[in-house]
Write a protein that binds this ligand. Sequence first.
Ligand code: ADP
Ligand code: MG
Ligand code: MG
Length: 252
Amino acid sequence: MLTIKDLHARVEEKTIIKGLNLEIKPGEVHAIMGPNGAGKSTLGYVLSGREGYEVEQGEVTFNGANLLEMEVEERAQAGLFLAFQYPVEIPGVSNMEFMKESVNAMRKARGEDELSSAEFLKKAKAACKQVNLPLDFLKRGVNEGFSGGEKKRNEIMQLIMLEPKLAILDESDSGLDVDALQVVANGVNSQRDGKRSFIVVTHYQRLLDFIEPDYVHILAQGKIVKSGGPELAKEVEASGYAWLGQAQEGEE
Ligand code: ADP
Ligand code: MG
Ligand code: MG
């Protein structure tokens, strides 16, 4: 589904991603962990095509297409969903309008009929219920004045509504209470269907108590330095990232 080969990317003048390789097959959940500043969020931004993030080298293929040549909207319509640590506020546009437009754009891209207002509302109500957001959130401006936990719930509601092929969730964990973590985990788990894939970026192991990943990768200094199963996350929990510093010193 997603193949990243020898990716190098920079922000401003600084190269952050330095030779990253990753392969994700349909239905898999990959956790990416790593110390602060390793480049986890940068990877998400590069995959989303965010302005200011420049690919210097390497290839990214998404469902057979060259992701790096696609516009931001094309990436979304091809089924890539990115949830960010700091979701944007769009004052003046109601959550309802925003979601309806987005859902129907996705459906159109998949060759499906648009939802009628009644159909949309029914789906939206069910999704709000699942993430435990009151319905009047649909009437508010997108993320306008939402608390951290509410933004997170809203983001997971978007995930549920948009039905992407690959969702990338960037979770700083910090500031998320256990309830919000469980909403994220429940959202991911409920959307796992053997075909949809996930990349869950997380600083701590805590989130992975609720989401059992198929693979865990450690990203340090711009590349994946270690991959394993869920047990790798538990090793990190127990011993931190100190071993990375030692390994890197040894390399030099
Ligand atoms: P992580 O998410 O793993 O904590 P980030 O991807 O946010 O790490 O950041 C990786 C590195 O890139 C950090 O050293 C950070 O300071 C740097 N960085 C991020 N954004 C910018 C930017 N706009 N300009 C310069 N450096 C940046
Ligand atoms: Mg960070
Ligand atoms: Mg980050």
